[in-house]
Design a protein around this ligand. Structure first.
Ligand code: MN
Ligand code: MN
Length: 311
């Protein structure tokens, strides 16, 4: 499909093994990078995100039991890293085709995906394949932006969640957007928005209770745009916006989502050229780690560390 040469990856995410054939690999979760940023509207550079996140994850991976969990991820979840998606660098259409084919192959082999972006547009082709397998998905979306601008299907990282609704990929009534603090078409808006002020005033436990109420046991896709975090925690991104979540707030929300039926997840929009001291890439690596733990953890694991979801 693509004549592009696959980029070499030297560091598997969180020290995971790198594999050339994610479909044939023995694994529960496959990590893949999508070095694509042609859909950005602000500063470009998210094509460098996947490798920056992997490299920063090396600061975390010395742990056996990642704090605060009291189990070892490796004992419960087999994670492999398939490197970066190959596609013709200047062709959004080729990226979409290659990504959908790759996602389809991996999830039809019974594995789940943690995708490292790349700009946020990559979530659309991923959602297409997940919806084909699971039906309309509950989107659990962390972002400064709603990404539902009406741009009639163009390659744009600010519009793909309206396109996802129009394509029937997500169920807006069972979806939620967290940390939003920019304009969106709020009149008659079909998705529940827990904006940044809501999160700051009520706190992570209230967010988790609301997410549980909205999503229930529906197949859920977690997507984390790193600009959900305040620029003081995540400056290395293309469209930063003040007033966002702290890294700690985000982790406290994510690790309490163990009751969700998570079928896939991504962390996007890390642009390392604007980062300082790897702080954005390290935040993204921590978020990716917490997502993997959400896959592996049970309610009893949360109870054991006193972080139960209940308010
Ligand atoms: Mn954003
Ligand atoms: Mn976004």
């Amino acid at each position: 499909m693509s004549a592009a040469k696959k980029l070499p990856v030297l560091f598997g995410f969180l020290g995971s093994d790198t594999v050339a054939d994610p479909v044939g690999a023995i694994a529960d979760v496959v990590v893949i990078g999508v070095p694509f940023d042609l859909a950005t509207t602000g500063r470009a550079g998210a094509r460098g995100g996947p490798d920056a996140i992997r490299l920063a994850s090396g600061h975390l991976s010395w742990q056996r039991n990642y704090w605060p969990w009291r189990f070892a991820l490796a004992d419960r979840l087999r994670v492999v890293d398939a490197g970066n998606l190959a596609f013709r660098t200047a062709s959004p259409a080729d990226m979409v085709a290659a990504l959908q084919a790759g996602v389809r192959d991996v999830i039809s082999s019974g594995k789940r995906l943690l995708t490292l972006g790349g700009d946020h547009f990559i979530s659309l082709p991923i959602l297409r394949e997940h919806a084909a397998k699971y039906g309309p998905i509950s989107l659990v979306h962390f972002d400064a932006h709603a990404d539902t601008e009406d741009l009639e299907g163009e390659f744009n990282h600010g519009s793909m969640f309206l396109d996802a609704q129009r394509e029937g990929l997500i169920d807006p009534a069972r979806s939620v957007q967290i940390g939003i603090r920019t304009e969106y078409d709020f009149i008659g808006y079909p998705i529940t928005v827990l904006d940044a002020v809501w999160v700051h005033e009520r706190g992570p436990k209230a967010v988790v209770a609301e997410v549980a109420r909205i999503v229930g046991d529906a197949p859920a896709y977690l997507t984390f745009d790193i600009d959900c975090l305040d620029p003081s925690f995540a400056p290395g991104t293309g469209t930063p916006h003040p007033g966002g979540l702290s890294t700690q707030q985000a982790l406290q929300i994510l690790r309490r989502l163990v009751d969700l039926n998570v079928v896939g997840m991504d962390v996007v929009e890390v642009a390392p050229a604007y980062d300082h001291a790897e702080m954005t890439a390290l935040a993204a690596a921590s978020i990716g780690s917490e997502m993997l733990h959400v896959f592996a953890a049970k309610r009893s694991d949360l109870d054991a560390i006193g972080f139960s979801p209940a308010c």
